[in-house]
Design a binder for this molecule. Structure first.
Ligand SMILES: [Zn+2]
Length: 188
């Protein structure tokens, strides 16, 4: 347990230091921190290259999948927060629309085919030790498939909103659950 939290602390520190990048991905020379656009950025020392590293958050997408008033959650099998629960979601692949990401991630993790009903909300996630995220969440309903944990999930289950697990992995996911309760169930 202490070892895991140490690793997570190191990941957080690395994330805040330009994700630990030190060398130019184009020409392999060293990167130097400079103020560019009034923000700290990394710039390649090779003037002919002039690569600039923009430290941007990573977009992710998922959904609140509702069935008979219950919400689909996934028990994490991969770091960070193994054994904690979260909404089914994942990082966007190149050239994917966030709606495709959400449908794909839910199919991979839970075996369910879902139909996206609407955009629910967009969150900024800063408590993932790997990267900061922009989390795009949809509202969805089940449209086929068989509920079965796979990929990054060790367990998948629909939960009553009054009996949610206590260990929800990320602040943005906790906020989304609270927002749903407030908007659709009139509960605090
Ligand atoms: Zn370079």
């Amino acid at each position: 347990m202490p070892r895991k939290s140490l690793n997570e602390q190191l990941l957080f520190e690395r994330k805040e230091r330009f994700s630990g990048y030190r060398y130019c991905p184009l020409c392999s020379r060293e990167l130097r921190e400079e103020s560019i656009d009034h923000r700290p950025r990394l710039r390649c020392l090779n003037e002919e290259c002039d690569f600039i590293y923009y430290h941007n958050p990573t977009p992710a997408a998922g959904a609140l999948v509702i069935q008979e008033g219950k919400i689909l959650l996934v028990k994490r099998a991969a770091p960070p927060r193994v054994g904690w629960w979260c909404l089914p979601a994942g990082f966007m692949e190149w050239a994917e629309h966030p709606s495709q990401t959400a449908v794909r991630e839910i199919a991979e993790e839970t075996g369910l085919k879902v139909r996206l009903e609407s955009l629910f909300e967009v969150y900024s996630g800063e408590d993932d030790p790997r990267t900061n995220a922009v989390l795009i969440l949809y509202l969805a309903s089940v449209d086929g498939g068989e509920l079965a944990a796979a990929d990054d999930a060790q367990e998948v289950q629909f939960f009553d909103f009054d009996r949610l697990p206590e260990t929800i992995a990320f602040k943005s996911h906790r906020q989304a659950l609270a927002d749903y309760r407030r908007r659709f169930l009139n509960k605090a």
